[in-house]
Design a protein. Structure first.
Length: 269
């Protein structure tokens, strides 16, 4: 009879011995510091996200330009409007609450519609370029473009024939090859006649006398210039009056003077 002691083994446990037993698993090492750090990162990320959402929703009222304003012109209240912008813009926008102070300043650059006003765009003194003067023109339809003019537009000034007086300048002469519109007053504003538009332009000092003389006679026309262009300084075409003919008639000999009407009728020598 064979006993368990007589069984041959090769060093491995028998099936009976392995039944019901598990392979030992190494114990997991817990790291409290790493878990705490993960929690801090999650909470910190949530707080930062919430802060950014709150800041992006904070908007402040600032001044925006509602209509163009030429460089050097006093900024009128009608050219200002309120807009809301994010407080994180980082630019030196002028608050809407300072609009009364802005109307006492001048534009240092041409202000375009929709621009947000900053302190660098305004000055407490007029910034008309040195060597230039502001000249007023009273224009009627046909003396300016049909679409009108805006402050900051570049224009050329031409002499035209006047109805009520002499401007002293031949029609078609270029009075100012490049001028800048300083201000525009529409008919009915500031007691302007209903058929006239008052336009102020800046011109060089040496061109001002001719421009003002033609303007006083209503003999100025304004042409809008493309960007970077100016009117050519060309003299108008001169028209030569027709001279009377000096050729002798068939009844006159080259050597004799023309006969008087009495001699022709009587035939006396």
């Amino acid at each position: 009879m064979t006993t368990s002691s007589d069984r041959k083994t090769d060093g491995r446990p028998s099936l009976g011995t392995a039944t019901g037993q598990r392979i030992p698993v190494p114990r997991r090492e817990r790291k409290p510091a790493m878990a705490a750090l993960a929690v801090l990162l999650i909470v910190g990320g949530a707080l930062i996200s919430a802060y950014l959402v709150m800041v992006s929703g904070q908007r402040v009222p600032v001044i925006s330009i509602a209509q163009p304003v030429a460089a050097g012109q006093r900024i009128p209240a009608s050219a200002l409007r309120e807009v809301q912008v994010s407080s994180t813009g980082g630019l030196d926008y002028i608050p809407w609450g300072d609009r009364a102070k802005v109307t006492q300043t001048f534009a240092t650059v041409t202000l375009v519609k929709g621009a947000l006003l900053t302190n660098g765009m305004i000055s407490t003194g007029s910034s008309v370029a040195k060597g230039s003067v502001v000249v007023g023109l009273a224009l009627k339809p046909g003396q300016l473009p049909a679409g009108g003019l805006q402050p900051g537009d570049r224009v050329a000034l031409y002499a035209v024939s006047s109805q009520g007086g002499q401007s002293g300048t031949q029609s078609g002469t270029v009075l100012a090859p490049v001028a800048t519109v300083y201000d525009v007053v529409q008919p009915g504003q500031n007691d302007i006649q209903a058929d006239q538009i008052s336009v102020s332009v800046t011109v060089p000092v040496d061109q001002a006398p001719e421009v003002t003389q033609a303007s006083s006679a209503g003999a100025v026309a304004v042409a809008l210039l493309p960007a970077g262009e100016k009117a050519p300084q060309t003299a108008p075409r001169q028209t030569t009056p027709k001279q009377p003919s000096t050729q002798p008639s068939a009844n006159e000999s080259p050597g004799n003077p023309p006969a008087s009407p009495r001699d022709r009728s009587t035939g006396t020598p």
